[in-house]
Write a protein that binds this ligand. Sequence first.
Ligand SMILES: C[S@@+](CC[C@H](N)C(=O)[O-])C[C@H]1O[C@@H](n2cnc3c(N)ncnc32)[C@H](O)[C@@H]1O
Length: 271
Amino acid sequence: MENELKLNEIMRPGTIPEVYSSGSDWAILNGDTLKLVKAFLPGTLDAVITDPPYASGGAKQNDRNRTTNQKYSSMTGEKALPDFDGDQKDQRSWTHWMTEWLYDVRKACKSGAPICLFIDWRQYPALTDALQWAGWIWRGTAVWDKTNSRPQKGRFRQQSEFIVWGSNGPMPMSRPVSCLPGVFRYGNPQNRVHVTEKPLQLMRDVVKICEPGGLILDPFAGAGTTVLASVLEGYRAVGIEVTEAYYQVGCERMAVIENARNQAEQKAGEA
Ligand SMILES: C[S@@+](CC[C@H](N)C(=O)[O-])C[C@H]1O[C@@H](n2cnc3c(N)ncnc32)[C@H](O)[C@@H]1O
């Protein structure tokens, strides 16, 4: 395959983690982003698109210290999905931690590479600080309208999340990318496989900020939605996921695509 994704061509020698899964145009690494973003060779990534742990879910620290299921899901008992790591930091630690990986990942990006970061209203100011502190240019905010949220008497619904976006230095208008919307309207996925899974179609729309065929990194891959969306849109993608259960879910979702592609190739060969 032309433009095949080879980890040893984009990562420093000896840094590929022991546990990973890959195909011709994608890979998901099981490990900690704080360490693994340092492993990518300078200037290899065309975009960073991610939905980090928000460490949100309440105004007070006790609320934020609850499990991710308690904070973000109404599914309980046998239906409860696995909790995920990294979501209990207070705001000062979260901002520091975000700045650190954002600084390191920028070094792995090409000049002009876009970045998109999902966030809620509580962490929005801390995120825009961290992004700029790490040397990225903050260029704007798109809106994910979830269309279906809990009504609040006498208050506005918390119906939106935000996509803070920017670039690694100048982002020329001449990039071969067409006009993109600023508001995306998609309900939360039915039958979720991750506590905070993003709709696949939303991610298919968002990845289009990357130049065609580019290499996208999602450093907080969760159930692999960004990686899947990227591959479906003709990009190459690498995901990093620390929580073992979600690393497995992401790999299983990608295996379905791999099988479908193999079968299609086989049929084409037989025709
Ligand atoms: C908000 S979720 C992403 C969900 C994803 N967008 C999806 O649709 O499935 C954030 C993910 O980041 C992972 N995570 C937290 N800390 C991490 C770290 N230090 N390195 C890598 N992954 C991490 C969590 O396990 C969690 O699955």
